[in-house]
Design a protein around this ligand. Sequence first.
Ligand code: SF4
Ligand code: SF4
Length: 436
Amino acid sequence: MFSIFSGGIRPAHRKKATARLAVRPMDKQPVQVILPLAGSGDAVPVPLVTPGDRVRVGQKLTEPAPSLASVHASVSGTVAAVEPRQQLRGGSVLSVVIDNDGKDTPVASPTWRRVEKDAPPASLRPGELADIAAQAGLTAMDGTGRSLAQLLRAAMGKTEALIIDGTEPEPYVTARRHLMADRPEAVLGGVRLLMQALSLPRAVLALEGSQYDAVAALRGYLPLRGGDIALRLLRDRYPQRAVVQEEGRAVFSVCAAAALWDAVYQGKALTHRIVTVTGSAVTRPGNLLVPIGTPISDLIREAGGWKEEPVRLVAGGPMTGAAQFELTAPVTGETCALLALTAADLYPAAQPEGPCLRCGRCVDACPVGLAPLFLRLYAKSGQWEALKREHITACTECGACAYVCPAHLRLVHSIRVGKRRLSETADGREADHEEA
Ligand code: SF4
Ligand code: SF4
């Protein structure tokens, strides 16, 4: 199952600044949170609150829909607005804006059955676990924003192997590592709940050898051999192809496992997440426990403000994250990191694009076996049939090709634009005119 795959890269870790720092709550809570109501897909949920309403932590703001997790208030206070707001991934999304009263008043009880802490996972039906995931607003917490309940329902009865992804192959990011090191019981308990949801007797938890404190913490709760959860240490590599989704295999993040444990045994909706705030431009890097909806300006403040003006601000890892040009967009359940990078950090160094050298390094680096140089060429020249023939939709946008390209070509950007234009053309919609 964990055979070595071809392609991939080994970027420098750059995790030193936060690798040994335990998770800490914010010193000063956000004055206002902005909770986007739409996750992935086109469905737009109907808000259950209007401006002026009082809300409590964990209060449901939308009903779950088949493809969307419900959204919950992450602070207590008053709804200031329900209106479109800027998002980290670009564009505006209908959002509930809450003025924080600073009291963190929780809801009296969750809208699902709360289970005693010592109740075994087997006392819950698989369907009930998916229902709890939907009611608690759990997402995959893997950067995609997909509804965990929907993923579980789709995998039920069709899955032979369950893999829990604890790897963090992108440079700088250490949020998963600290979740596993600080809360091993919740992570392993959540893995057992996922096993129960999929009716599987065993699971594999994949980590990287460099996450040694997480490995030590988890090993403290597992037998050396023969247990229901096997730890597998992968060598550091980007991307970690061993944990990709394949037929008959379900992959969930450790964050989703711990969030399911919190929902089942603590009655908690998804309201907070760990975000690594780092990069040479911030004064005090760290792993922060952040209410979802916190504007990224507050994260910068918590990190001690600028030590040096950043050249680039990225929400997420440096390979797949989204560049930020303003500080107003909020953290979501999918935001693993905020990177404030100086010129010395830049990854890869910002350099002007040169002509393609036909060196083939991008082809060697691609873990999916694509030819990125041709994808760029065809996207730029609008050759849609050629893009299909070259399997552009199989690209995971991992960024490995751009990382190794000696000509500094913006390969991932071209591929993204090519994919979007291809789907617009297939739907008969008019293609946009962004340069590929
Ligand atoms: S971004 Fe796409 S084309 Fe480039 S290496 Fe990753 S999967 Fe391959
Ligand atoms: S790595 Fe860059 S320069 Fe080399 S073939 Fe690929 S696109 Fe061209």
